[in-house]
Design a binder for this molecule. Structure first.
Ligand code: SF4
Ligand code: SF4
Ligand SMILES: [Zn+2]
Length: 281
């Protein structure tokens, strides 16, 4: 298996994963979305809310604010010795006190732990007019995206099979498929159609080019054929700010490894094969 990055920074990454199967690629996608924990606001104690928003709406908006998460400092609540009561190993407290007129922003949430700040400081929460105010305490806890979408570390996380465009000798370079391609990745070159250099990954596998070719009256078979590679995938991952994208990918892979190790152990126990036996073989 091989991973080759074509772009990478803390907020987004694009990479090619090859030498694996579609189920594994999907497992990686699901692990990035649902198995990498982040902090998100779970409990809100409202002392005063004279804004136009109901308390429930306010709580909902607070829950969706991404919070920078240091996974070396926090553990998921269901693994914590406080048993859900909330302590500084599994949760972080925030206070917010704003009086109108003006907008309440995510930066108005003051964390007890200065590392756990809102990832984006200008997310509008509610607009206050004169004499309106919001005073509250909020508790963010560490949990996973499979429990609720507010704990997902990604905004975009998807993959597609690597596209392959084949041109047969029947192509006469009429250019009908070039006009039809919505991604603009085809061109006529030397009397035949070809893919613009370096743009094959942009193909959406829509096959409009094949249909355009058939509409030229070429016969039963199109001169351009679009296929997808079964074992090579293009991934796009964008983070919502709570974790750097590199850490999301790394932790998702670690999760898959730990799950498969566990499965191997259980199968080993059932069949009576231990790791020592395997090493001795
Ligand atoms: S429509 Fe068919 S024949 Fe015309 S350029 Fe495209 S592939 Fe070639
Ligand atoms: S499949 Fe769609 S995006 Fe890809 S080359 Fe054909 S028309 Fe363009
Ligand atoms: Zn705890």
């Amino acid at each position: 298996m091989e991973i080759v990055f074509s772009s990478f920074d803390d907020s987004a990454a694009r990479f090619r994963l090859s030498g694996t199967s579609q189920p594994f690629a999907n497992a990686l996608r699901r692990a990035m979305i649902g198995e990498v924990p982040t902090l998100a606001i779970e409990d809100v104690r409202i002392y005063d809310n004279t804004s136009a928003l109901f308390d429930e709406m306010l709580g909902h908006r607070l829950g969706l604010i991404p919070i920078r998460t240091d996974l070396n400092c926090y553990i998921p609540q269901d693994h914590c010795s406080c048993e859900g009561a909330g302590c500084d190993r599994c949760s972080v407290m925030f206070t917010l006190s704003v009086e109108g007129p003006g907008m309440v922003y995510s930066r108005d949430l003051i964390p007890q732990d200065p590392r756990a700040v809102p990832a984006v400081d200008a997310i509008p929460i509610v607009k206050l007019v004169k004499d309106q105010k919001v005073v509250l305490e909020a508790r963010a806890v560490l949990n996973k995206g499979r429990v609720h979408a507010k704990w997902q570390p990604t905004t975009t996380c998807g993959f597609k099979n690597f596209p392959v465009v084949e041109i047969s000798d029947k192509c006469d370079g009429c250019g009908q498929c070039v006009d039809e391609c919505p991604r603009g990745i085809l061109l006529v070159q030397g009397g035949r159609v070809a893919v613009v250099d370096g743009r094959i990954e942009e193909c959406s596998l829509c096959r409009l080019c094949e249909r355009a070719c058939l509409n030229t009256g070429i016969g039963e078979e199109s001169a351009i054929r679009v296929k997808s590679e079964e074992s090579r995938f293009i991934f796009v991952v964008e983070g919502e700010g709570s974790l750097p994208v590199g850490e999301i990918i790394h932790r998702a892979l670690e999760y898959l490894k730990s799950q498969s190790d566990e499965l191997c152990e259980q199968i080993g126990e059932l069949s009576g094969v231990t790791e020592d036996d395997e090493e001795n073989e």
